[in-house]
Design a protein around this ligand. Structure first.
Ligand SMILES: Nc1nc2c(ncn2[C@@H]2O[C@H](COP(=O)(O)OP(=O)(O)O)[C@@H](O)[C@H]2O)c(=O)[nH]1
Ligand SMILES: [Mg+2]
Length: 436
């Protein structure tokens, strides 16, 4: 998974031009990689189709290279598969109940102890219920793991019914704890029995979170295993273990895709502190071999916000100087094209004819050179530009007097429009700005 993605990305980025052909080739590599990582075929096709469409359609935002743009699109689409950002939220003022699900060996017991540690440190009063009645020594294992961290363990040596233990354990901690984690068995005489048992535990305990623990090294089986659990007891969150060492991260994508649940944590070692809160930017960055993508994603987001807000603010202020106009033009250039600016304003995408906009952009070049030839006071008060000033500006900028008059008349139109429409009719605004 990791190598596949890295290869696909670096191949694309190495190609001298990012054209349709190289994007399509990249998409094919991406499809292959996702399918190899057990994301189901339909889902892999959907994701890659969106990446392709957006990569071909979207122009990079200002300050963002084509390379960064493609990585950010890929990130967004993979993050969407992972359920986006934001993790588990527990409320200290109530009793939170978590049931751990997963096959034997996936790391449930270890992860139960890690969670107990994680939340104890955060000031939760944690109780742990040992409801694995199948594995000999399960209770002792849990006690050993949890002993060092001051969380309390509830177990019943003689009781063989795990559903009953889960239920009484939960009752036992009510009142004294605000987080109860129930560790269950991952094996049964037969698989059907295990799934039924999980269903019964969840039905009886009614947890706030049913967390599926999945071994990140099992590759091929992640998707189906997650799906099987999800169908008997709806999975509310995922913890992928053993992502230390050479493990590949595809299991997280597959489990998340199969259940629609988010990954909350990642297990990164056998020790009790080896638990990381899941971060999509870090995770996807790791898959792509690019480190944490957070800085890049923040940059992309900032660029988007700037487009929206500055545009709206300037238009809505109704006060317009030539410097404002210039800033507006710079903004446009920075963000690639006026079309891009307009497309980023909700509700306006596709609303503007692109021919018209190309013409507008040519005019903007002319206007900019004219504005640069104005004095500071002329830029602040364009009304004072009389015919002698007009001549001087035209000569200074190497443009015709007609061009200068055109700019002044656009300026007046925009000022009026900005006042009257308060930025509501941006389509008209765009038209007046250039092509008329
Ligand atoms: N390297 C590594 N090993 C882990 C991790 N989580 C669990 N293990 C190991 O996986 C094995 C099975 O873990 P256990 O908690 O008993 O799984 P359970 O059967 O689901 O309860 C143990 O040897 C753990 O030390 C992890 O994040 N990284
Ligand atoms: Mg166990």
């Amino acid at each position: 998974m990791r190598d596949g993605l890295q290869n696909a990305v670096s191949k694309l980025l190495k190609s001298s031009t990012v054209d349709e052909k190289s994007v399509k080739e990249f998409i094919r590599d991406l499809q292959r990689t996702l399918i190899q990582a057990d994301v189901n075929v339909k889902m892999a096709l959907e994701v890659t189709e969106r990446v392709q469409k957006r990569t071909l359609e979207e122009k990079p935002l200002g300050g963002i290279t084509r390379k960064d743009q493609i990585v950010s699109i890929l990130y967004e689409e993979l993050a969407r598969l992972l359920g986006g950002e934001g993790g588990i939220h527990l409320d200290k003022n109530k009793l939170n109940v978590i049931v751990m699900l997963g096959v034997q060996g996936s790391g449930k017991t270890t992860t139960t102890a890690k969670l107990a540690r994680f939340y104890s440190k955060k000031g939760f009063r944690v109780g742990v219920v040992a409801a694995d009645t199948f594995r000999p020594g399960a209770v002792a294992q849990l006690r050993t793991l949890v002993s060092s961290i001051g969380a309390e363990v509830y177990s019943e040596e003689k009781e063989k019914d795990s559903v009953r233990i889960a239920k009484t354990g939960r009752k036992f901690f009510e009142g004294s704890k605000n987080l109860v984690i129930i560790d269950t068995a991952g094996r049964h005489k037969e698989e059907k029995g295990l799934l039924q048992e999980m269903k019964d535990v969840v039905g009886e305990v009614k947890p706030d979170f049913t967390i599926l623990v999945i071994d990140g090294t099992i590759g091929q089986q992640c998707f189906n295993q997650a799906l099987a659990f999800h169908q008997s007891a709806p999975v509310g969150g995922i913890i992928v273990t053993k992502l230390d060492g050479a493990a590949k991260g595809g299991g997280a994508l597959a489990a998340s895709a199969a259940t629609g649940a988010k990954v909350f944590f990642i297990g990164s070692g056998e020790r009790i502190d080896d638990l990381e809160e899941f971060s999509p930017t870090r995770f996807v960055g790791r898959l792509l071999g690019m480190g944490d993508l957070r800085a890049l994603m923040e940059m992309v987001r900032d660029a988007e916000v700037q487009v929206d807000e500055k545009m709206a603010q300037r238009v809505m202020s109704g006060k317009l100087t030539m410097d404002d106009l210039m800033a507006q033009f710079d903004q446009m250039k920075k963000f690639g094209s006026l079309k891009k600016v307009i497309e980023h304003i909700p509700g306006f995408s596709g609303a503007v004819d692109s021919n018209e906009l190309d013409k507008a952009e040519d005019r903007v070049k002319v206007y900019k050179s004219i504005i640069q030839s104005m004095t500071k006071s002329e830029r602040e008060n364009p009304e004072k530009i009389n015919s002698s000033r007009l001549k001087r500006i035209a000569t200074g900028s190497g443009r015709s007097e007609k061009d200068v008059r055109e700019l002044l008349s656009r300026y007046k139109q925009m000022k009026t429009l900005a006042k009257s429409s308060k930025g509501r009719d941006l389509r008209q605004f765009a038209r007046r700005m250039g092509a008329g």
